[in-house]
Design a protein around this ligand. Structure first.
Ligand code: KG4
Ligand code: ZN
Length: 332
């Protein structure tokens, strides 16, 4: 079964063709990130207009790369949320139009769960129940998954997501946007490693909190007379160590308490090599997505769409986007 995936939740416009939920025939991504960089963050209006501009060429390239014709597509899978409403709308309207014109079924999938599915694209041996961890620009969430349709959130951030903390610290240090890759690079070149920050651990439960760590970096930086390259590298190293140590501590606690030594991880921050190493060396069974499937892409959307469709979870065509995970899954 060939699934066409469409992802437009933020600044990436992506279209993929994935066969049977595993074989990625094409995964084309066009990002408007370079335009947003000058504003120090994502500008929703610009992201939306960029999706409109590139979505058709991105589809054409995906079809060409996959050596598939549109008539061979069996299912269309699209991100419904969470994300920027204007951006999501473009992908959803595009997907609905294709579904209507090609007379093919459509399925709406969740962006956060699709980040977890990304690990399944390259791991064949994932067993359930499993724990799940999504670390992205908007989420730091822990899941207990019996499957991709039967899950519960067991922990989440009480303030900033980890990716958001990276982005805010980069702003404090004048390193531009997004913060993750540049902080990782600078942390790697740090010569002095004596500086120490603490990310407060949330004592009970499995939640996270990163805003205190960001504030500690802010206060420390304000007191400095000179912020040169050496000092910036040192701060980046200390911030990253504190942030990742707390993350790992919470991961280990969850595994221990739930007695499930399996965790699927995903999201943009999982592209951090330091974090990947710490997770791989943790002694836990961690299922990592390949680097190319960590940040937003339609391969994971097509994959999750296949999985849900096979569980007979079709979608009626009149669905709408949603902006937060809670809005969709935690409504009573
Ligand atoms: O999953 P993603 O592409 O988009 C969302 O769904 O949010 O994640 C983007 C986030 C940004 O905050 C970015 O700074 C962070 O992922 N990120 C990283 C790295 N690469 C991207 N954080 C730490 N280290 C990295 N190498
Ligand atoms: Zn994402």
């Amino acid at each position: 079964m060939k699934v066409l995936g469409i992802e437009t939740s933020c600044d990436e416009t992506s279209v993929a063709v994935v066969e049977n939920g595993k074989t990625v025939l094409a995964n084309v991504i066009a990002s408007s990130l370079d335009i947003h960089k000058q504003y120090g963050g994502i500008v929703p209006e610009i992201a939306t207009r960029h999706h409109v501009e590139v979505i058709l060429p991105v589809l054409e390239e995906a079809i060409k790369t996959s050596q598939t014709s549109l008539s061979e597509i069996d299912l269309i899978s699209v991100t419904q949320g969470p994300g920027l409403i204007g951006s999501l709308m473009i992908g959803i309207i595009f997907a609905k139009s294709l579904s209507f014109a090609l007379k093919k079924p459509i399925i709406a999938v969740d962006h956060i769960l699709s980040h977890l599915y990304a690990a399944c694209l390259s791991n064949n041996n994932i067993e359930f129940p499993s724990l799940g961890l999504v670390v992205s620009g908007g989420h730091t969430s822990l899941f207990l998954l019996n499957s991709f349709t039967d899950f519960k959130v067991i922990g989440k951030t009480r303030d900033d997501a980890l990716g958001e903390a990276y982005d805010k610290v980069a702003k404090i240090l004048n390193l531009g946007f997004p913060g993750g890759p540049v902080i990782e690079r600078k942390a790697n070149s740090a010569k002095n490693k004596e500086l120490h920050f603490t990310a407060p651990s949330v004592k009970s439960g499995y939640d996270f909190s990163y805003s205190g760590l960001k504030t500690a970096v802010l206060y420390y930086t304000r007191k400095l007379e000179i912020l040169d390259k050496t000092k910036t590298d040192e701060i980046c190293y200390a911030f990253q160590e504190a942030a990742l140590t707390t993350l790992l501590k919470q991961v280990k606690k969850t595994v221990l308490d739930y007695g499930i030594n399996r965790m699927i991880v995903g999201g943009g921050v999982i592209a951090n090599k330091n974090l990947r190493r710490k997770l791989s060396d943790s002694g836990l069974n961690i299922y990592l997505p390949e680097m190319k499937y960590c940040s937003d892409n339609a391969g994971m959307v097509a994959g999750l769409g296949y999985e849900l469709y096979n569980k007979k979870l079709g979608t009626k065509i009149n669905f709408e986007p949603y902006s937060t995970f809670e809005e969709k899954w935690e409504k009573t």
